[in-house]
Design a protein around this ligand. Structure first.
Ligand SMILES: [Zn+2]
Length: 81
């Protein structure tokens, strides 16, 4: 199920903190109100689709994201960097 990020259109919410993520099926109706406080929310553009994220990922980015970066040495051989 895709993960969606929402934020309150106005005000604050103790329950959701004003910004929250929800995993919803694609078939679900668009969420217009916080399930906790019933205030109107808007969906945030997924960071995965953001043009800012389309730049090539560097090794340090990958490491920061928790990846173990492996350098290909040859046939079936990898070296941890
Ligand atoms: Zn709320």
């Amino acid at each position: 199920m895709p993960l969606y990020e929402y934020e309150l259109c106005e005000g604050d919410c103790i329950a959701c903190g004003g910004r929250f993520t929800l995993r919803r099926p694609l078939s679900a109706k668009p969420l217009t109100h916080c399930p906790a406080c019933k205030k109107p929310v808007r969906k945030l553009i997924s960071t995965f689709n953001s043009p800012l994220k389309l730049k090539p990922v560097s090794i340090s980015d990958a490491k920061a994201a928790g990846f173990t970066v492996l350098k290909k040495l040859g046939k079936g051989e990898y070296e941890r960097q």
